[in-house]
Design a protein around this ligand. Structure first.
Ligand code: PEP
Ligand code: MN
Length: 245
């Protein structure tokens, strides 16, 4: 597994094309890093199923104050250990330039921008600026609202800062009316994104669309049928104990 070295951070150590060679690519792990034990136990199980990329939120943007907001940079050490023990690539969410700096310093391989951040052009620009000269893969979740321009705008801000390894994650759109899904899939929006940027690798996150374990399989199948090549699935070694999602 290649690592970015400080001597040449502008050449991506990991290319998305290489990652999605074996379809579907699965990216899995807990909503958030809670403890070293939780991360390692979950990661070892996922690695035994052949999962190549391990996800865990280190900083968690919560809708309301008072919730578990992530363990912060302490969790980066656990992620580094996951990588060392299992050989999986690691991925985490960044919402500002401080997160980017700490994640890169901590050796995280892939960054993603969460739905609450994609909808904020100032935050996305700050992240993009802090990534200048560091060509790490960045996955951009759709914004909470069903606005393709806001989603594409975030992608363009990264591209304008020289990031070439970009993929889009469809995680559904929030709605006041609660139905079957936690977030409405509105499949025509990611399809429109792909129509406008045909080269973009499309990832589906059935966990945040469905919000329920029994919807993961049908949503994943639907996504694959629609041409998504990668799935981001939240997983926990002991789901009944998890602190969020
Ligand atoms: C997550 O991936 O755990 C997360 C917070 O997702 P989203 O930004 O899609 O709500
Ligand atoms: Mn989550």
């Amino acid at each position: 597994m290649k690592n970015n070295t400080s001597a040449d951070m502008s050449n991506p150590a990991i290319t998305i094309k290489e990652l999605v060679k074996d379809k579907p690519l699965v990216l899995a792990g807990p909503c958030s890093a809670e403890s070293r034990d939780q991360l390692l136990s979950t990661a070892k199980e996922l690695a035994s199923f052949g999962v190549k990329i391990f996800r865990a939120g280190i900083w968690k943007p919560r809708t309301k104050p008072g919730g578990f907001e992530g363990v912060g940079k302490e969790g980066l050490k656990w992620l580094a250990e996951v990588k060392e023990v299992t050989g999986m690539y690691t991925a985490t969410e960044v919402a500002n330039s401080k997160h980017v700096k700490e994640a890169i310093k901590g050796g995280v391989d892939i960054l993603w921008i969460g739905a609450r951040t994609t909808g904020n052009p100032f935050a996305v620009q700050e992240i993009a600026d802090s990534l200048k000269g560091i060509n790490i893969p960045v996955f951009v979740k759709n914004p909470l609202n069903a606005d393709p321009d806001l989603w594409i705008g975030a992608i363009e801000r990264l591209q304008n800062c020289g990031i070439t390894e970009i993929a889009a994650i469809h995680r559904g759109f929030s709605a006041y009316e609660k139905g079957l899904f936690r977030n409405q899939p509105q499949w025509h929006i990611p399809i429109e994104i792909k129509r406008r940027v045909p080269s973009l690798v499309m990832i589906c996150d059935p966990s945040h669309i469905g919000g329920r374990p029994d919807l993961i399989y049908p949503l994943s199948q639907q996504a694959l049928d629609l041409g998504f090549v990668c799935l981001m699935i939240e997983s926990h070694y002991l789901p009944s104990s998890e602190l969020c999602d």
